[in-house]
Design a binder for this molecule. Sequence first.
Ligand SMILES: [Zn+2]
Ligand SMILES: [Zn+2]
Length: 759
Amino acid sequence: MRLKIQVTGIVQGVGFRPFIYRIAVRNGVFGYVKNRADAGVEILLEGQEQAIQRFLRDLKEKKPPLAQIHHIVTLKLRGKNEYTEFVIENSSKEAELSGSITPPDIAICDDCLRELRDPNDPRFEYFFITCTNCGPRFTIIEKLPYDRENTTMRAFPMCGFCLNEYKTPLNRRFHAQTVACPQCGPHVFLADGSGKVLTEKDPIREAGKLLSEGHIIAVKGYGGFHVAASTTEPRPLRRLRKVKHRSQKPFAVMARSLEAAKTFADVSESQALLMTSYSRPIVLLNKSRQYYLSDLVAPKLHNIGVMLPYTGLHYMLFDEIEDASFVMTSANPPNQPITRDNDEALKTLNGTVDFFLFHDRQIAQRCDDSVVRTQNGNKVFIRRSRGYAPAPIKLKRRAKNCVLGLGGELNNTSCILNADKVFISQHIGDVENVETRAFLDQATNHLIRLTNSNIKTVACDLHPKFTTTKLAQQWAEENNWQLIQVQHHYAHIAALMIEHNVEKIVGICCDGYGYGPEGEAWGGEILLCTDEAFGFERVAHLERQPLIGGDLATHYPLRMVAGILSDNVELENWLLNNKQHFPHGTEEIQTVLQQLERKEKGVWTTSCGRVLDAISAVLGICYERTYEGEPSMKLESIAMKGKDVLRLKPIMVGDTLDTTQMLQDVFENKGKHSKADLAYSAHAYLARGLTALAIEKASENNVKTVGFSGGVACNEILTVNMGRIVKASGLRFLVHADVPPGDGGLSFGQAVASGFFHS
Ligand SMILES: [Zn+2]
Ligand SMILES: [Zn+2]
């Protein structure tokens, strides 16, 4: 019998060909296996029918742990048998199938870690130890098929020893494209702040000591540079905050081990599983009672982002010091992509860091660390990037057209809907300036090539001024693609529908800002959506509130308070008592009071994020937003210790949930209750009010499912409370599982809304 088999999925860069070779030899069949340029694998089998059947069973049941098989297409061939053995053939340039992809970067495996520590192993203490089961993938690939010459490992020809392992079928590095050793592979070196190379024998451990002593070091990793520093010494942290212009934004840390993380944070079982998974994301952990890291690491937050080492280099940094953790934050100039190249690092980090820990392997694709938190033990993506991108999210439906979604403006990603799979790009960032726009362009085109996708439609936001909208218009014109604009909050809810394969939903979508159909500023919306039509019905929303001073109200939430409480007789005095929190003091308050007079003519918003900001400012928790989400994140951190003392009853005016009286109640109860209790009570009010409206609308429209999406869905108190109330009413409650609820998931929502609901 002769059989040609094509396998699609994640089958390159995961030890798939060696696996095929082994099961072919074991079952006594001849032929070949080879990688194809469409990221799939092609197999030719010759042998007895029974042997081939056994081979096919092994293929399905015994695949390598990192492989994902999506489809197996078999074709019986005529003609005589030609092969007298089974071989791994050179890759072919053929690329007719689409939708396969190379895997994400994978954390160092246990076998490699053991060898790293074994004095008798040739890769003893070699920072770039990898095998077919681990190492960088996505970040080293320039083009397909996944062969060494198509990766940035091309610059390091294998030595005899490595080549021998590469060619030995039973070796763990059989056909591992990243195989390298101290003789032939990348080298690591330490340089001072000006880039002058220091001749250290043991540069990594020296860097660890320097960090422990209080120096700041740029460390080159898989997908870009980190800036590392001590987590306990205030001096370098203060310096880092100053030079990075990040007065408050939390820094992520890397703990030397799970046990070390537990010395300063609480780690649940589900969080431990995430932290030790091969994706190794940053996991937001609650600070423990024993928390002893500097307050400068994650100021005024109840939690801290912690990841475990994911490369040999990371492990070695901790070898000769006692520190349980280091700050490990992405190195990037403000609003620009993560720093990738050595030259670029020297230019952009000059003056910020004391030393550079460089290596001489180039990074093909930038990729930031992923960030997740858990709610009731479920994973919630704050950022889906390294370790996950570009692995697809598999859907229960198939799209007829291939759609590209370009996302929105902040925390952006792009994505491709191809048949029953969606490929979301790595984190791109805030697409406002040329560098990030160029990154979006490059990353998107790379993803199109990697998946061999034949795009027919491009989807974007409704906002006419977004960079991504303009780019979508340009690409639609150049390539003759259909252009579909998708309303922001509808995209979030459509994402939820497709992720869970539901036909009808009442979706609660809360975030900071999204462009409404008539250009309104939306952000606290309840939408009725069905899969019968593209679009939605806005069935309810939060009360409209004025943005006093427009965008300034987003940065200085006291302006939101002024707008919401404008009828309060105590307002003026209270603002004057808080004049130190206005950049221009009394003068600015006079302007604000004048703006209140004319507020009808200004911009109004139904944003839930702005209401949370206002509560934060009323309670004196946060007066200035120095990073996205800061006032509401700090509010949630305080509320974590509170209880629902006010038990405010939701006030509805028609289909609008009041927020004025709620803020008034919080304002009047200051001093009577703790900040924590008032903060929690405000959360409880919003959860009760929004779900009451959603449940009512679900019942009116015979819908059995209520969902929650938008950036505010990262808030644990709101999500948990809303889930409890919705389930108690007998309805199903949905949140995202594999797609970020924030704007990192917007491109997904745009693509699936266009691909499945648009006629
Ligand atoms: Zn390994
Ligand atoms: Zn070697």
